[in-house]
Design a protein around this ligand. Structure first.
Ligand code: MG
Ligand code: MG
Length: 265
């Protein structure tokens, strides 16, 4: 899941601390275990996003997969959210609710999932094309994925959140796209969202300093359209591009180390 900077959406986030949480080696081991379940789930799920499957079927597969391996779907029950995945199709940006919608050839769908293992939460997302997608959709996916890699590469103990933001923004804009700046990554731990926000636009050398042993979700959220305005559906969750443009989302959970970071999911 994604943190939202817009005031009307702040119900999704309850900032109670303004310091990065530093985890013990035992807790970092739990991040690895939580993340291994999540990564395996997304690896198994992505090939199932084919024409004819409903987003609810994908959700049911993910929930069974996670529970069978001793994890708990972290989004389910979070602020009343009822599902394991967020499935955001085409112009839906984030927090699309799984349901009767059936994927069709040419769709792109973001599969966003969270796993709790002994309380420790990891969060990750992949966006995939369904069947034959347009060259523009394909470029949007590859640029967003590259932006995530650049963000991850900017992390090390002592680096600033703005170093990540700047790296992500640079790749996205060089690719001809725009970051949906109201939606950000976030700290992780025993909660789905915590300090710090990890924006997808910003300046290197600014923002909170990341200590070794903290955990964050880095998640570029990118539109192919000119406007970054988003709208909220009546379901209270689904956010879509106001202009109907395609959007894509990739996310990793990382634990900060001395020289870089460990991608745990
Ligand atoms: Mg997230
Ligand atoms: Mg997520």
């Amino acid at each position: 899941m994604t943190h939202l900077l817009l005031p009307q959406f702040t119900f999704l986030y309850t900032p109670s601390v303004t310091q990065c949480q530093v985890f013990t080696p035992a807790e970092i081991e739990l991040f690895r275990k939580s993340g291994a379940i999540l990564r395996a789930c997304l690896d198994a799920l992505a090939p199932k996003a084919v024409a004819g499957i409903s987003t609810l079927e994908l959700d049911q597969f993910a929930e069974a997969f996670i529970r069978k391996r001793g994890g708990v779907p972290a989004f389910k029950g979070y602020k009343g959210y009822a599902h394991t995945l967020c499935t955001s199709v085409n112009d839906e940006v984030v927090h699309g609710i799984p349901g009767r919608r059936v994927l069709i050839d040419g769709d792109i769908v973001a599969l966003d999932c969270g796993v709790a293992f002994e309380g420790i939460i990891t969060d990750a997302c992949v966006s995939v094309g369904v069947g034959q997608i347009t060259p523009q959709a394909s470029k949007l996916l590859s640029v967003t994925k590259s932006a995530l890699a650049a963000g991850v590469a900017a992390v090390r103990g002592g680096s600033r959140v703005g170093d990540i933001s700047s790296a992500v923004q640079g790749v996205v804009e060089a690719g001809g796209f725009r970051c949906v700046s109201a939606l950000t990554g976030h700290g992780l731990g025993y909660t789905v969202h915590q300090f710090p926000d990890v924006p997808n636009i910003g300046k290197a050398g600014t923002g909170p300093t990341l200590p070794v042993g903290t955990a964050i979700a880095i998640e570029p959220i990118v539109t192919a359209g000119k406007s970054i305005e988003i709208t909220q559906a009546d379901d209270g969750w689904t956010l879509s591009m106001a202009d109907g443009a395609l959007s894509a989302h990739f996310e990793h959970t990382v634990v900060v180390t001395e020289r870089g970071c460990e991608v745990v999911a």
